[in-house]
Design a protein around this ligand. Structure first.
Ligand SMILES: Nc1ncnc2c1ncn2[C@@H]1O[C@H](COP(=O)(O)OP(=O)(O)OP(=O)(O)O)[C@@H](O)[C@H]1O
Ligand SMILES: [Mg+2]
Length: 516
């Protein structure tokens, strides 16, 4: 937005206009101006000149003051409108204020004129800020509600998809490729995997994804993703980076940050069908109290900015107001799911950050994400322990899961790999089963969200009865227990639903084989 002051004079006397202009100039007010005296020229000026202030005479040859006021209110409701008139009487002055005029000034008393103009401008600016902040607040509340809904749906779907994908994988291992059912099972699995990827994105949007945050330097990630991005965006688009060498660190999930860069870059590419430029920029930014109070959801303090900008089509206001909603897309059916930016939004929020967009039609767009800066230095991630493939074992596992179909599937998969499996549908049953079992227990594999006793509570009780039992949690998402705001406590093993038989077997082996 430009700060330039543009004054529209609704005035039939050029001499009067000059007097008022001079009063403002003498007070050091800089402005551009335009004079109109008919209704048609007023309407045109409201749209083309876009005044930031209207100064109107009360009696004009072809239009009376009140109808000028009504016209201005209709076409430019937020712009301050001040009557400047030699003839305005008290009654008419009051009537004009009732009709929405900001103020009135008597022409032969131009002394208070400048003060009144400046006050009107200040108040208009305050009102505009207030409207903007309220709008942003409404927007974030809406996103919150949509997020809860999406998270709930995704959670339930994850159990169903664990079963659908799990059994189709099992079927595939039991059918020879020449069996006609093989191809059909493959189709089921493909569709199931597609559905799993949708629920994963919904979980990210609703900030229910489980995170493994690390201390990161965003420059490293921007560099790591460059090769992939180049392939993705094609040759007509130039990829530039402007990375601040003194960039501070952030605490975030590296996989998620890569996802953010990818989603933004792909959108930028799609907005530039005839080529253009994508710029990835990083920088240290300190957000002040003023900024934070005008941007709900941001905190003042040192931040690290990641910006992705393009020279593409840009977006109109309408598109911008729906941008982050899940399933909002302007792409043709089959081209976009409308989940790209919702995931980016969720990721930014879940990592304590915020996201803002600036865009102009025909010029391009900039997406800026601010992550809180941390003082810790970025560390190199420790290598994951190697796990022997095959993943067979003979240990005893206690499996606690309330969904019967997931329980049956997991138990069948583990038993087929040689494990001894005890099953229970909740904590009470688990303790009963354990009491009746005289052999050893090596692993507790438990859902997190369960009726009555939660997964972590069961883990506590099982470990009291059988000290040293290893624990592996599984969940679609969780609000409580093992995670705080979706962030996994270190040292806890976790398997994200939906999982396939291979992932389950691999993770179980990893937990059982890990050194303590
Ligand atoms: N850089 C951009 N320039 C212009 N328009 C954009 C840009 N980024 C997003 N948009 C608009 O926002 C809409 C939503 O973007 P989003 O990434 O959420 O979904 P999508 O790209 O349509 O589909 P998906 O990412 O799920 O494949 C887009 O359809 C497009 O209209
Ligand atoms: Mg997209």
């Amino acid at each position: 937005m430009s700060d330039e002051l543009r004054i529209l004079f609704v005035e039939d006397s050029p001499a009067d206009m000059e007097l008022e202009e001079r009063a403002l100039q003498k007070a050091g007010v800089a402005f551009r101006s335009l004079r109109v005296e008919t209704k048609e020229s007023l309407v045109a000026a409201l749209h083309e000149f876009k005044p930031t202030l209207i100064l109107s005479d009360f009696s004009l040859p072809t239009m009376d003051g009140l109808s000028a006021l009504r016209t201005a209110r209709e076409h430019s409701p937020g712009v301050p409108f001040i009557f400047v008139s030699g003839t305005i009487g008290e009654e008419r002055a009051i009537e004009s204020l009732k009709n929405g005029a900001t103020d009135y000034i008597v022409k032969d008393r131009l002394g208070g004129f400048v003060v009144k103009v400046q006050r009107a401008l200040r108040e208009a600016e305050d009102r505009a800020v207030k409207v903007r902040v309220e709008e942003q607040l409404r927007q974030s509340q809406k996103m919150e509600a949509v997020g809860r809904l999406a998270g709930g749906v995704a959670h339930d779907f994850n159990n169903l998809l664990t079963v659908i994908n799990g059994y189709s994988q099992l079927m595939l291992t039991q059918l020879t490729p020449d069996n006609p059912l093989h191809a059909q099972a493959e189709e089921i699995l493909r569709a199931g995997e597609r559905a799993a990827s949708l629920t994963r994105q919904l979980l990210m949007f609703s900030r229910r994804q489980i995170l493994s945050p690390a201390t990161l330097n965003l420059n490293d990630l921007a560099k790591q993703t460059q090769n992939m991005l180049r392939r993705l965006i094609g040759e007509d688009i130039e990829l530039r980076t402007a990375l601040d060498p003194a960039l501070g660190s952030v605490k975030a999930d590296p996989g998620q940050i890569e996802q953010v860069i990818m989603n933004l870059a792909v959108n930028a590419r799609d907005a530039m069908p005839n080529g253009g430029r994508i710029t990835i920029e990083t920088g240290n930014v300190v957000l002040d109290e003023d900024y934070a109070s005008q941007h709900p959801g941001t905190k003042a303090g040192p931040h690290v900015m990641l910006a992705v900008s393009d020279t593409g089509t840009g977006m109109d206001e309408e598109t911008q107001s729906h941008l982050f909603e899940p399933f909002f897309t302007t792409k043709e059916p089959g081209k976009g799911t409308g989940l790209g930016l919702s995931t980016v939004y969720g990721i930014a929020k879940q990592n304590g950050g915020s996201i803002w967009v600036y865009s102009e039609l025909g010029k391009g767009s900039v997406f800026k994400i601010y992550f809180p800066r941390t003082d810790e230095a970025a560390a190199v991630a420790p290598p994951k322990p190697e796990v022997a493939s095959g993943g067979r074992g003979t240990e005893t596992i206690l499996l606690v899961e309330d969904s019967e179909s997931v329980r049956k599937l997991a138990s069948a998969v583990l038993a087929s790999r040689g494990y001894k499996v005890l099953t229970a549908e909740d904590g009470d049953a688990a303790l009963r089963v354990l009491g009746a079992h005289s052999g050893p227990l090596d692993l507790l594999l438990t859902d997190v969200v369960l009726p009555r006793l939660s997964g972590p509570e069961i883990a506590f009780l099982v470990n009291r009865a059988r000290p040293g039992t290893r624990v592996l949690f599984m969940s679609g998402y969780t609000d409580r227990g093992i995670v705080e705001n979706g962030i996994l406590e270190s040292g806890i093993s976790f398997l994200q639903k939906p999982f396939g038989p291979d992932a389950l077997v691999k993770k179980v082996r990893e937990v059982l084989s890990a050194k303590v």
